[in-house]
Design a protein around this ligand. Structure first.
Ligand SMILES: NC(=O)c1ccc[n+]([C@@H]2O[C@H](COP(=O)([O-])OP(=O)(O)OC[C@H]3O[C@@H](n4cnc5c(N)ncnc54)[C@H](OP(=O)(O)O)[C@@H]3O)[C@@H](O)[C@H]2O)c1
Length: 279
């Protein structure tokens, strides 16, 4: 189900919970830079903010939210926890600590940041997240950097996974990962959606439609993400780029334009391998 607000098209994440398709990424912002970027983004129309325990900026993000004066209910707030909390009691403790740092009573989305399969406790962590959701502490839960093999373990425990946040950009399209998500009804959230200002922003598959539509290359790439039904969380601390990155709901790419961007796919895996990397 889709809610069409011009600035912030949203999709249903779990019944009754809408997630805005464009959110503000906050890594690697710290301290006053993070607080200022978050309050600026909210003033610029952002209603979805992404942070994590590991970014060490949750209290600054919370300060930015308070400074903006926005009603908490108008905002979709995501954070993630580290693998040391992968247990029934640990996830609950991670929730208490995260909400305290953020200065909020609840979370809209709480994610397992990395599966850490060697530790082998991510299924227990998912069960604990589902429990927090059933109790109303969080509105939805999800995972991040989970490969299909990890997702299958969680599903084998009888859980439905609402969302997986993974690295996706035009050159790292992760076709196998995304087709698994599509087949299983798992919403994809794309991190590093601009490839950290990647060189593909200069490719004609992106610059030509940008010229034709009077948009920036980054807007074309973000439009490509949302037109594929993905959430994208570009990070920008800059007023002008923040506004531009959110302004992707008033134009559309044609099927050939979408396919030309799809064709930039190189087969490159994500920067970090979640079978071995974790924090
Ligand atoms: N789950 C995970 O494991 C994971 C991993 C990495 C990141 N993330 C999340 O995803 C968010 C975004 O990913 P990311 O920061 O790695 O990469 P990104 O959003 O693809 O790129 C951010 C970089 O691009 C620049 N930029 C932003 N808008 C632009 C525009 N319109 N035109 C040109 N350059 C632009 C930014 O600079 P300015 O600030 O100067 O605009 C910044 O240097 C992070 O902030 C974090 O919240 C999650």
């Amino acid at each position: 189900m889709r809610t069409t607000t011009k600035q912030n098209l949203a999709v249903e994440l779990v019944p009754g919970v809408q997630i805005p398709l464009i959110g503000l990424g906050t890594w690697p912002l710290l301290g006053e830079d993070a607080a200022a970027a978050v309050s600026r983004a909210i003033a610029n129309g952002y209603r979805h903010i992404d942070t994590a325990e590991n970014y060490a900026n949750e209290s600054d993000v919370g300060e930015g939210i308070r400074r903006s004066g926005i009603d908490r209910g108008q905002l979709f707030l995501t954070t993630k926890f580290n693998t040391r909390w992968h247990s029934r009691t640990g996830v609950r403790e991670a929730f208490v600590k995260a909400t305290r740092r953020l200065g909020t009573e609840y979370l809209d989305l709480f994610l397992i940041h990395w599966p850490n399969p060697a530790q082998g406790k991510f299924v227990e962590a998912c069960e604990a997240l589902q429990q927090l959701m059933d109790e109303g502490c969080i509105r939805a839960w999800g995972v991040s950097n989970f490969k299909p093999a990890h997702l299958r373990h969680v599903q084998a425990a009888g859980l439905r996974i609402p969302l997986n946040q993974v690295q996706v950009d035009p050159e790292r399209g992760q076709p196998d990962q995304l087709s698994y998500h599509a087949g299983q009804g798992i919403l994809t959230s794309a991190y590093s959606p601009l490839g950290r200002n990647g060189s593909f922003l200069n490719h004609p598959a992106i610059t030509v439609p940008a010229l034709e539509l009077g948009k920036t290359p980054a807007q074309i790439v973000l439009r490509w993400h949302v037109q594929h039904g993905r959430v994208a969380i570009p990070k920008s601390a800059d007023h002008r780029r923040q506004r531009a990155n959110l302004d992707v709901f008033s134009f559309a790419l044609t099927q050939p334009q979408l396919e030309a961007i799809d064709a930039l796919e190189t087969g490159a895996p994500p920067r970090l391998d979640s079978d071995t990397y974790f924090h």
